[in-house]
Design a protein around this ligand. Sequence first.
Ligand code: HEM
Length: 409
Amino acid sequence: MGAHRISRRGFLTAAGGAAVGAVAGAGAVALADEGGEPAAPSAAAVAFHGEHQAGIVTPAQDRLMFAAFDLVDGVSQREVRELLAAWTTAAERMTRGAPVGPDLPAVAPPADTGEALGLPPSRLTVTFGFGPGFFAQPGLRTRRPARLRELPPLPGDELDPQRSGGDLCVQACADDPQVTFHAVRNLARIGRGVVVLRWSQLGFGRTSSTTRAQDTPRNLMGFKDGTNNITAEEPEALTRFVWAGPDEPAWMRGGTYLVARRIRILVEVWDRASLDDQEATIGRRRDSGAPLTGSRERDAVDLEAQGADGPLIPAGAHVRVAAPETHRGLRILRRGYSFTDGFDAELGQLDAGLFFVSFQRDPESFVRLQTRLGREDALNEYIKHVGSAVFAVPGGVAPGRPLADGVLG
Ligand code: HEM
């Protein structure tokens, strides 16, 4: 991706006009201050337009705000169409660090809420999706992509309906939490009267890598997470497992399906488990991230290797139950975040965990994996799936066109 440097003052001046669009469209825009010093990578802008929506194989940023919305009863297709057009314009502008709209006369509320003014784009990506309920609206029933259905009940589910579902979703990722908040807040504001917020989730530390160039981060269990993820450097795997197939409606070409699961980690219970137990539960070493059958993080997970007491990677180890070999080669792209929402007053425990997000060409892939994990995964002693949602993620947006062009006919 090419990076262009422009001065902060130049950027803010240009941000009001169309000039920056051309620059940002060409790739990443890295800001430099007036002295011409190169800006930190987090100052860069990620291109909004492209074959795929940004925020899927984009190198995972550090922060997330995810929001699910419901359509207001009785809204017309015209209102939904206008909303999608307005969201597209606003997301494109915010992605390059510009305010959502031009200044209005001071007697009106400002077009932009202001908290991101002067902040760099911070690699913001805004990824949109449609839940099954979107297509339950009159006139839209025949437009539902066949693979988009509510997920079936899965083993071990303890779902809270108030943290599940949604007719539309917005996934805002950036390196600055104020930038992700600003994006969701302004989209919610633009949507007033057409959509209402159903639930939202803040995430504070990525739990996967989506490119080999990134170090593998650690999740709240202290383990490296994302080692065996699909990465941007694997175009064939992306085509096979992530991008929607040729039989999908035109607006889904280059799209995918997003599954979100709010997974609470019972950290107090985990913290009492011995290191041996923790490593047997995951199937990898905590320090190095190496599989129990190797010594380095990238060593292959050898499910056949035997020790004195049986398989070196135990029967219920998470990496065994989730492994492609266990599911006839199946892989998914994981892009989750750690979260904490304070304290569960009833139990006196931290309400913390993994906001799991995966992208796959068919939500059924997730269902297959989780059906098995829900039954056999040794991790189940330490986690609870408390929220769940599925969305069809339209393909990328072309310049001058709205998101999901043609979804409403
Ligand atoms: C709190 C919940 C979870 C935690 C803490 C967790 C943690 C981990 C860790 C530490 C690894 C090993 C490193 C890696 O290859 O990324 C891993 C691998 C993996 N996880 Fe999870 N995970 C969780 C939930 C899930 C769920 C819900 C799914 C899918 C339904 C899943 C699918 C996978 C897959 C496919 C792998 C790669 C297996 C391989 O190819 O070696 N995980 N996870």
